[in-house]
Design a protein around this ligand. Sequence first.
Ligand code: PMP
Length: 369
Amino acid sequence: MKDIIADRTSKIDASGIRRVFALAAELEDPVNFSIGQPDFDVPEKLKEEAIKAIHEGFNKYSQTAGDALLREKIAEQVKQEFGWDRPAVLVTSGVSGGLLLAFLALINPGDEVIMPDPYFVIYKHVVNMLGGKCVFVDSYPSFTLPVGRIAEAITDRTKMIILNSPCNPTGMVYPQEQIKKLAQVAAEKDALILADEIYEKFSYDGKCTSIANFCEKALILRGFSKPYAMTGWRLGFAAAHESLRNVVEEMTKIQQYTFVCAPTPFQKAAVAALDYDVTEFVDAYRRKRDLLYEGLKDKFELVRPSGAFYAFVKAPGGSATEFVEKAIKNNVLIIPGSVFSEKDTHFRISFATSNGKIQQGVEILRKIA
Ligand code: PMP
């Protein structure tokens, strides 16, 4: 039979993560530092809201752009936070859904997408799949926002700059001055910012600054997966200043013919989620960050994570892939940095697990360092 697989699939390489999971399948009760989702469950109150919505019959399609009440509430919060009067809002199937719609709506073949390296894995592969060109801007070893180098990387083909703060995989929350500088660069060069703020609530040493405070040409993507542990509910949203309404409208048009809408009963629960205080979870995750960082800092080279739930650690001995294999043989699951980077020098730890497992994992990693 002739090859039936479309060429674009060859632009996606999922082998790095798959290899870790294949090795992991052989382990019994490992220390799992590989998971990108919270270890707590959805708060009871929000579960009840979803169940109530199902019982009340909110089980059909919602409007393509999302449940009216939810969109109104998002718009209200966006207005309050960024001072945008009539923001455009689209409820998406997770931030992943929002990213796909944004890339589909914006990227022509040959368009350049600038992103700091390391980067969240989806960006690279979806941009490549659409024929876009990723322009990676090295942020090693400090992982601060490389604003100067981003400015130098901008060309006539630049379609957007991706900003992910707090960052997966580095755990960096970029300080306000850096965000402001990037906003200036974007304004001078008339570049669009795509701001993935899915970890915005997980900021441990002060509030995370959104670039939307300084820049109207920013498409903001936020999610419900991480702060409320609803990764399986597939909810997120895109918000933009009125001047970018056309972008959100094109994304909505594509949603109409792809996702159709985000899951309706969960959209009802999301209205309550927007008022739900997650301080308790964030405090617990700050303690996990401390436990991990204090446990590793004298044996490994790592920047103290200030947000999300990841640490990006330099592999002793050079090759991260080799160190990851050694860690997995010792019952600790970590992800090689090459999954998130053009380099293979670091590995990612997710500390979204119990304090006991963090202590156990730290002990093992220290032994094999
Ligand atoms: N952006 C980043 C930076 C992420 O880490 C994730 C999840 N790992 C996503 C987007 C997608 O999350 P979701 O689709 O569950 O909202």
